[in-house]
Design a binder for this molecule. Structure first.
Ligand code: SF4
Length: 278
């Protein structure tokens, strides 16, 4: 069985940096608080907890150590409250998320109604929305139908959206707005991962997508793969692999979400190679 791993499978640079910052801060300050999960992967969060990087639900739980703000952004009001309380803030926001915050503010300054293409309630989307006054979040094309007609519209997207979903939503928005300005804020690691999973899905009999079921970008990779190859399966780790998926299979493609650590990918690859040797 030939196992091909996507070139950019796993951690994007934003998540890798955030995890490194959390580990360093936990050592330097003898522990650090993180407001929510630093990445959407339970195992990574557990490991960080073991070294003293502790998840808290709100700022009231923060005591004598710094608070780390995670890769996919923190709402403006929480930044302000943390500063008001004189908390030590460690900013692990991905620069590409910060860039979306700047873009959306600029679009609003042009007098545009802001539309954010993204998942309702997702941390990154909530963070982007906090930078403007009355944004509308649209997660799928049919949500556009209920919108009123608008004169000036500014559109950005959550960094991990699929190009196909963004295109489909934009196509419907053309019926709603007169002057629409769209800034493509899907980040380049997401574009790379989505492009690679499409190639894997057509070039291999089976595709395995490694990542937490709480990770939106992993789920999206799995959906893309499944749309092109029904024998595509998402697994959290090698223990989810099922022998029957690979009966008679000669080619397997492996990729992983942006919050999946390397050792989980390596575990899946090793298990696949082990199957072959049995
Ligand atoms: S998915 Fe993109 S925007 Fe999000 S942390 Fe990674 S590189 Fe940054």
């Amino acid at each position: 069985m030939t196992v091909t791993v996507a070139r950019h499978a796993g951690y994007c640079f934003g998540v890798r940096d955030a995890v490194t910052i959390a580990l360093d801060a936990a050592t330097q300050y003898d522990g650090v608080y993180m407001l929510g999960d630093v990445v959407h992967n339970e195992e990574v969060v557990r490991k960080l907890d073991d070294v003293g990087a502790q998840v808290v639900k709100n700022l009231d739980d923060v005591q004598d150590r710094p608070i780390l703000f995670r890769a996919h952004g923190t709402p403006v009001e929480i930044w302000e409250e943390a500063k008001r309380r004189n908390l030590r803030i460690i900013d692990a926001t991905c620069p590409l998320v910060t860039q979306i915050h700047h873009e959306v503010e600029e679009l609003e300054s042009e007098g545009r109604q802001i539309i954010i293409i993204g998942d309702h309630g997702h941390d990154e989307v909530v963070g982007i929305a906090s930078h403007v006054k009355a944004p509308i979040v649209v997660s799928k094309p049919d949500e556009v139908d209920g919108l009123r007609k608008m004169r000036k519209v500014g559109v950005v997207s959550q960094s991990t959206q699929t190009i196909e979903n963004v295109q489909a939503i934009l196509a419907r928005l053309l019926m709603k707005g007169l002057d629409i300005r769209f800034i493509n804020t899907i980040c380049f690691p997401t574009k790379q991962n989505q492009s690679e999973v499409k190639d894997l899905a057509v070039a291999n009999e089976v595709v395995i997508i490694v990542g937490s079921f709480t990770s939106a970008n992993t789920k999206r990779l799995a959906q893309i793969a499944q749309s092109l190859n029904p024998r595509s399966y998402q697994v959290a780790s090698h223990t989810d692999l099922r022998r029957e998926w690979f009966d008679g299979v000669e080619t397997v493609g492996v990729t992983a979400g942006a919050s999946t650590p390397d050792h989980l990918i390596e575990g899946v690859v090793a298990a696949l190679q082990g199957m072959e040797e049995r």
